[in-house]
Structures are given as C-alpha cells and as structure tokens.
Ligand binder design. Sequence first.
Ligand code: FAD
Ligand code: SF4
Length: 478
Amino acid sequence: MLRVNPLNPKDRVRIPRQACLEQPARTRWSTFQEVSSGFDHEQARLEASRCLECRDPVCTKGCPVGVDVRGFIQDLLRDDIATAAERIRRTNALPAICGRVCPQESQCEAACTMGRKFEPVAIGKLERFVADWEAAHRPAWQRPAPRPTGPRVAVVGSGPAGLTCAAELAQRGYRVTVLEALHALGGVLRYGIPEFRLPREVLDRELRLLGALGVETRTNVLVGRSVTIDELMDEEGFTAVFLATGAGTPLFLGIPGENLCGVYSANEFLTRVNLMGAHRFPEHATPVRLGREVAVVGGGNTAMDAVRTARRLGAEKAWLLYRRSRQEMPARVEEIHHAEQEGVDIRFLTSPVRIVGDAAAAVTGIECETMELGAPDASGRRRPVAVPGSTHVLPVQTVIVAVGQRPNPIVQATTPGLGTGAHGVVTVDEAQRTNRPGVFAGGDLSRGGATVILAMRDGRRAAAAIDDWVREGALRPA
Ligand code: FAD
Ligand code: SF4
C-alpha cells in the first residue's frame, strides 16, 4: 500500500484533533446561521496528517455507504481536493450533508484506529471540508452520466433515500421522476433539520445537480391521493417505483393534557419554522406561538433541533426532558454539546406524567417524575423506573413532543397487497424489494425513524436492485 503521509506515526499522534471555528453561544440565540464554520485549509491539512493510513481501513467498514476514507484523506495530503471530492462522490451522493449531520461518532469515527488510544480522525469534518471546497471551486461538477433514455422510474418522496436513488438511477441512464407531497424538495433535510445545522444552500446545490442529471421533479403530488402506485405503473408507464415516503407521523406521549393549547409535535413545530418560515411571521403567513418557558420531551436529534429552535425563537427558559441518562441519549454528541452551550437545561431521568392547563385550556405546566435506571429492557438499555414521591411541576407555556415517529400510512393503504410490518413500515428484503414486483422501498419508510446515511444506503441499494430487475425483465421472453 502506498503511503502518502510524510510524518512518522509518533508525530501523527502528537497532533491534536482540530476543532472547527464556531459562532459564540451568546450570539446564536438571535440567528439561524450555521453554528460551525468547518475546517479551513490549514486545519484540514493538519487533521488529514493525523491519519495512520491503516493497511485495513476499518473506517470505511464503519461507514454505511463505504466511503473510501483513507483514499480521500491521502488525496487531501497530496492537496488534490478535486480528486478527494470525486472519490467521495463515488459512493456518497450527498457528502456536504453527511459531513454535517452523520452521527460519525458511532460510524466511521467509531472504527478509526487512532480512536483506540487517542481522539479519532475527524472524518466527518474532513468530508465536509472537501464537499464545501467542491461547492466553492467546481459548483457544477458531477460524475459523468449518460443521456437519460432508459426505462422510466418513479421515486416517491424526496428525502435522502429518494434523492440518492434518483441520482444513482440517473447516473445509469434511467428517466427518473421524483414525486413529492410538499411544495419543496428535500424531506427532513428541508422541513426537519434547521438551518443552523444544515444551511439550505447546501441542499439546494445537491438538488441543482440532480436537475442537471435530467431528473424530473413534481411537487405537491400526494401519492396515494393524487395518484396511486398502480396508476403510476399501469397508466403512466413507469417500469418501477421506489417508495421513500419517510416516517413523518409523530408519536405522542399518551398522557393527560396532550390536547391543550400550546402542545406541539416536534414535527409540526419544526415544519412551521423550517418550511413555512414561521420565525419570520407576519412576513410569512404561518405563525408559531411560543411561551417564555418551553419543555421539549425526548432525547434524539429531533428533540435537540426543537429545543435549540425554541431558544432562537425567544424562549427564555428551555428544558429538555429525557427519561434515561446521558449515556443512553440517541442525539449526536455535538448537538447535545451545542444545546448545553446555548443554555438548554437538560433534565436527565425525568419523565412527564401530565400536562397541566388553565381554564382557557392553555398549557401552564408539565408534571414530571424523576426516574432511576433499572434492569435492561428489550432494546438492551436499562429501563427507567419512577422514584416514588418524586413528582414535580415545571412551569411552562409550551410543550413540544419529540418521542419518535412512524410512517404515514397513505401509500400502504392504497397499494393493494403491499407487505407491511410493525408500526406500518413497508417490508423489504436485503435488496429493498417489496413483495410487489417492480415496487421497492427504503429509508425511514422501511426502518421507522433512522438516519440520513442509512436512508441513502437504502436508496443506493434500491437503484442497483431496480437496474437488475429491469435487466432481468428485458431478458425474459414476452
Ligand atoms: P424523509 O427525509 O422523511 O423524506 C420523505 C419525503 O417523502 C418527505 O419529503 C415527504 O414529504 C415525502 N412524502 C411522504 N408521503 C408522501 C406521499 N404520499 N407522496 C409523496 N411524497 C410523500 N439523521 C441523521 O443522520 N442526522 C441528524 O442529525 C438527523 N437529524 C434529524 C432531525 C430531525 C428534526 C428529524 C425529524 C430527523 C433527523 N434525522 C437525522 C433522521 C433523518 O433525517 C431521517 O432518517 C431521514 O431523513 C430519512 O430519510 P427518508 O428519505 O427515508 O425520508
Ligand atoms: Fe462517516 Fe457519514 Fe462520511 Fe460515511 S458518509 S464516512 S459515516 S461521515
């Protein structure tokens, strides 16, 4: 194996992991500008020179889409950033997005050899640096693709699963149409993750590249209502369909008071702000009502985004209530750190039992119990158990519930015979095939709530399986 790093391993481990420049916490409250500025060129070069260039690059095995991490870091060390970008794009259609939102600490960076004794190489930040460099220096570059003249494929839903599948199929010469229920493309990348984590121009650039590949997009089309899967295949002439409608139906706590005025699902709250511009009301038509004191319930990325958004909208006190401890929290470590920097009061081992209201049915508080961790449950995590006599009320005027979501049932209900499993997820095999010939599915629709990169992996797999299916069909006698 060719080694590029001029430093010997002892010198490499002496270089500290580089930290990105960030907006100071005190100035973040009034702005949705991105918190982290990413690496500059010098930091990227230093961070790349920490790579041990392992013979067996385990980081790539830790990445769900198998990015050639050692390869692109070596390109960086040669100062050949264009090649680094091309290398990443071979397996990852959305690198600037993954570099920002992937839970690297449990994926590529968890596998990094340097991380066994020292801090792992900051793979995600390096990936972001390369992708941002590409956006600035080669904004229109993408992998060469044939003219789209092949069979027609419909992709339902424009989140990371749908966008990746569409890009992969277009790269293979298919004529692809993306159908999206909302008026704007991107799925959770647009309506869920706030701009202070994922600026919209990053997503918009990826969408421009998709358009340049010849992918047709139709917004405001609710598949299952405007048109069914059978109509797409039997009447509109689509040879195959990829279902990627996500998991946009929020779960609730099932406690008294959840229908009071001032209770939102995180999904609705974030959509109002991110998609409808409610933070700029009345300039935008959609309002959002927020009290001075806000409680967000949950411990995942959605809860973090909701509570940090609430702070930016003026909440003077923002609690995040999570029923387990910090160790079990599923949110990205960086988001937890940023939330704490921004003054969010995270109450671990705290579980709501009732939302309290006044005579006008408006929220005035949230009653909680303190928990302790008992024996492990089915998920392997220790089950939270209420401490007797620990009930207490936090004074709040707004409660935002972020305790998970499941697939919207419309497509399943209007596609006869489509196999589904627990909580309405669409059942697929390892190639993302459903039980209906020519119908494939992936992302949160087949997983329940998961991650951007797992949705993208499903999109890639589905594109390969659709290609196989079409080719096999062409070989079958009519
Ligand atoms: P989605 O992104 O949900 O996209 C589905 C699309 O389908 C939507 O645009 C929807 O409008 C459309 N649709 C639905 N029904 C229909 C229909 N009938 N007809 C047409 N279109 C339809 N993951 C991470 O890895 N890192 C993070 O930091 C992170 N943060 C998150 C923050 C929030 C607030 C949320 C909600 C999720 C977060 N996730 C994160 C999870 C991640 O965003 C999802 O796992 C991922 O977006 C799933 O992708 P998808 O393509 O399957 O679905
Ligand atoms: Fe790591 Fe995500 Fe990049 Fe893969 S795509 S190398 S998991 S940051």
